[in-house]
Design a binder for this molecule. Structure first.
Ligand SMILES: Nc1nc2c(ncn2[C@@H]2O[C@H](COP(=O)(O)OP(=O)(O)O)[C@@H](O)[C@H]2O)c(=O)[nH]1
Ligand SMILES: [Mg+2]
Length: 218
């Protein structure tokens, strides 16, 4: 039987890490930015969205995963990405950089607008295969993180917790955070049973995360 068109054939004996490496070695290009729901890219390729609080490291992680320094703009000023940015990877997959949530200093109506769009996207996107939910390894889990996990449970969208900025925390601190994240996973039916530990600065966990993203195509 022919494989479904978006499947990624795994050569005999090829490791999942190699499949991930190969997927991310393909060309990745920015295709679209949506400021509002009615501007979303038409659903087509399977999508993997990167969500998390403002400044958690979403854009940096996308850049590190794809090995491009400035594919997704990363900035020191939190709350600047207020759009859904769509990046096509190798004609197989869409990577979606989401606006951050939980940034307190934005004007209320602006926050409501872009968080409304984000929630609607997460709830209703037919092609959304997985959400990478980023949590800062150095910071406690916030109410807004829990709210998003509950929303993803209700929408039955599988999410994987990804700890970011592990380079900025002690090994013991990262281990404690991972244990906390694994406990969260057990409490959320939509959570994927693995927690990724990453650093966009050092490249820690990138090969594994590429493999994790590639798995949605199998
Ligand atoms: N130490 C460290 N800083 C990081 C890492 N990833 C991102 N940052 C910094 O965190 C800030 C926010 O990153 P950005 O990717 O723009 O976050 P976003 O708002 O979630 O897209 C920037 O100043 C980055 O340089 C990391 O792995 N380690
Ligand atoms: Mg960003």
């Amino acid at each position: 039987m022919a494989p479904p068109p978006d499947s990624l054939p795994q050569g005999e004996g090829e490791s999942t890490l190699e499949v991930g490496r190969r997927l991310f070695a393909a060309e990745c290009r920015f295709v679209h930015a949506a400021q509002r729901l009615d501007q979303l890219w038409p659903p087509g390729l399977p999508e993997v969205a990167f969500a998390g609080r403002s400044n958690v490291g979403k854009s940096s992680l996308l850049n590190a995963l794809t090995g491009r320094r400035a594919l997704a703009r990363s900035s020191g000023a939190p709350g600047r990405t207020r759009q859904l940015n769509f990046f096509e990877l190798g004609g197989r997959l869409m990577l979606v950089d989401m606006p951050g949530y939980g940034y307190a200093q934005a004007p209320k109506h602006v926050k409501a607008e872009w968080q409304g769009m984000m929630f609607d996207y997460l709830r209703g996107r037919p092609t959304l295969r997985r959400v990478m939910l980023l949590l800062d390894a150095r910071v406690e889990v916030k109410a807004s993180d829990r709210a998003v996990m509950e929303l993803l449970d209700r929408a039955a969208v599988t999410f994987q917790i990804v700890l970011t900025k592990a380079d900025g925390e002690t090994a013991g601190g990262v281990a404690a955070k991972r244990t906390e994240a694994l406990a969260l996973v057990r409490g959320h039916p939509a959570a994927y049973p693995e927690v990724a530990v990453t650093s966009s600065e050092t490249g820690l966990g990138m090969a594994e995360l590429r493999a994790g993203v590639a798995k949605v195509l199998v």
